[in-house]
Design a protein around this ligand. Structure first.
Ligand SMILES: Nc1ncnc2c1ncn2[C@@H]1O[C@H](COP(=O)(O)OP(=O)(O)OP(=O)(O)O)[C@@H](O)[C@H]1O
Length: 251
């Protein structure tokens, strides 16, 4: 498997607090990588380094390197808007804009200069189909995004992220606010999307990581304890701390 994200000796500080410690890893493209570990161990922090969302938190300092497709994303030449177009993100709470379903999906493409109605219609349909939502909303695209269920809103947020044709989709506990059926739908969707996109997901749910991902990373106190194929990590972990965590002895 080719890697798309390469992290070398990454340290991240929130002021004095050392939140990520000497992280080294390669994330394979067109696969799902899951980040697991107890609350506060740095999963979301690492995820946010991939699209420089940490830039928005004042007092954050980074040492080391994060490269995407060979480019150091923290170098001065990198345009953060372009980076965020390539690296989409979906959050724990569905956060559609207070606009119609159509306008939510068309938002990114419009921002990037697409105004042709036919082209936008095409993008909206393709993105909603990719997010497995088209059939449920195709007859009321003009309705408010708030008129659909939470699970549908989360798939709408995925469609909105896909509309700008990213390479990577980051999911930060994207199902933890959803009911089991909506969760299952998003998990199935992630499985379909992984053939076309690289997905990195933070999850509190070990069963979800085991069900959905190909690679799993276990974090503890800002460090990567173990990183391996999901099946191996859950069936035959090499580190005692991983074993203790996955068997429910802490966290
Ligand atoms: N903006 C911030 N300023 C200061 N400290 C922060 C900030 N964001 C996170 N932290 C701290 O950094 C550590 C890692 O947080 P992070 O949110 O990455 O953990 P996490 O593993 O994703 O946790 P959870 O599973 O609870 O979301 C925690 O100790 C947290 O308190």
């Amino acid at each position: 498997m080719n890697s798309i994200i390469e992290i070398n000796d990454l340290d991240l500080f929130y002021g004095e607090f050392h939140a990520l410690k000497h992280v080294n890893m390669e994330i394979p493209e067109k696969a799902i990588t899951a980040f697991i570990g107890p609350s506060g161990c740095g999963k979301s922090t690492l995820l946010r380094t991939f699209n420089r969302m940490n830039d928005m938190i004042s007092g954050t300092r980074i040492e080391g390197k994060v490269a995407i497709a060979g480019t150091d994303i923290y170098s001065d030449e990198v345009d953060v808007e372009t980076l965020r177009k390539r690296v989409g993100m979906v959050f724990q709470q569905p956060n559609p804009f207070p606009k119609s379903i159509y306008d939510n999906v068309a938002y990114g493409p419009r921002l990037h200069g697409i105004s042709d109605r036919k082209k936008l219609d095409e993008i909206v349909e393709t993105s909603l189909r990719s997010a497995a939502l088209w059939n449920e909303v195709k007859d009321h695209l003009k309705r408010s995004a708030y008129s659909i269920s939470g699970g549908q809103q989360q798939r709408l947020c995925i469609a909105r992220a896909l509309a700008v044709e990213p390479d990577i989709l980051l999911m930060d506990e994207a199902t933890s606010a959803l009911d089991p059926i909506s969760t299952l739908k998003i998990e199935e969707l992630a499985q379909e999307l992984k053939d076309r996109y690289t997905i990195v997901m933070v999850t509190h749910n070990m069963h979800q990581a085991a069900r959905v991902s190909q690679q799993t990373v276990f974090f503890l106190n800002g460090e990567v304890v173990e990183y391996s194929e999901t099946e191996r990590l859950f069936s035959n972990p090499t580190d005692q701390r991983t074993e203790d965590y996955i068997s429910g002895r802490f966290g």
